[in-house]
Design a protein around this ligand. Sequence first.
Ligand code: NAD
Length: 425
Amino acid sequence: MSTDVFSAALQRLDLGAAHAKVHPETLLRLRQPKQLIEVSIPVRMDDGSLRIFTGYRCKHDDTRGPAKGGIRFHQDVTVEEVKALAFWMTFKCACVGLPFGGGKGGVIVDPRTLSTAELERLSRGYMRAIAFAVGVDVDVPAPDVNTGPMIMAWMADEYAVVTGKREPGVITGKPVAVGGSLGRDDATARGGYYVLKELEKRLGWSERSAKRVVIQGFGNAGENMARLCAADSGYKVIAVSDHTGGRYNPDGLDIALLAAHKEETHKLLPAARCNAGTREISNAELLELECDLLVPAAIENVITEANAGKVKAKAILELANGPCTPGADVTLRGKGVHVVPDILANAGGVTVSYFEWTQNKSGFYWELPRVHEELRKKMGAEFSEVYDLSVEKKIDMRTAAYAHALQRLAPALESTGTRRVYAKE
Ligand code: NAD
């Protein structure tokens, strides 16, 4: 099976379609993005030189509402990856019942090589280049890997400069002071955590012994997940990592210590300065640790046919997009590992982005407890639907999540007619 990320995404569509009432024309339409834009962004560097960066924005589908999806700044961004990420957003928004389609953007850049002023010029330049294609009811970007609230604030501000009107709902994940939602900062992890609380009920995990959690990635998704699990007596986080490597302690890591160090230095605390009994570990070793829950929260394609057989976790909660390849899925299913798929597990971020967008549109801002409660209700209800469908049809949760999403996408795409209507089949 292919590990090309867009082909992998399409393979999941076919699996889900086998269990949903969907017309072949709908599948044909969903196999291609509706719009794909490539832009070049000239940026004046601090030393006076000019660099041209390449960026993309993809609108996969907007039948159920404006396209929605983040912007990634990474040196490995490719057009295929942007298309796959936009495709996943269409299915994610449908899976959790948000009135959005799917979009995604990316710029080929290693942002760590830029000064803050260069990063601002790049962010503003990217928004200037795609401004004609985004809008509060058209396509609504958000943060993704290596982009955060300040970059969203620069982009919202640039959009206001270009269009002459200040429309905060054009982008989500903004700082709270300029129309961001309370609770957006840890929403992806919190949504995943609420899903985990439902999963533990279904799996009958008792709270008597703390379940061991391993997390790959210590950024927005991974670090917040580590904090939430560490604060829950039912769990102990035994390993975390970033792109430089991991830290492992079978008795549980002191997450507060790691988080404080990262806040100060943007780096993972060396093992020698973690709580006693911690040692360094590679990312490859981390994925194969004996544990109850493995949370990939970094990048795509980390669990493949090559290492899936060595995964010892009882369950996997995909906070990253696309961490398991289709080939890995087959192996994991055979081993009885419960995989809560990305389009469900990490939908907390886009759900609170939806709350932010509705707050921007109405001009009425919510208190934090309301954000948490609405998120908990949404994630719990959609998890239950997907889990029950997987039990009813005897399929894995990924296939069930795609089938569940298609049950919302198909009526929308078919509302304007299929061959059945025109040819009176
Ligand atoms: P981030 O940039 O805040 O953090 C990424 C983390 O992964 C960092 O700790 C980085 O060091 C680590 N990392 C990068 N390459 C790695 C590698 N090769 N091996 C191990 N670790 C590596 O990004 P994020 O926002 O936390 O996003 C992480 C994943 O979650 C992505 O797949 C993203 O698409 C997905 N996601 C994020 C959100 C969100 O709201 N932030 C929402 C949905 C999905």
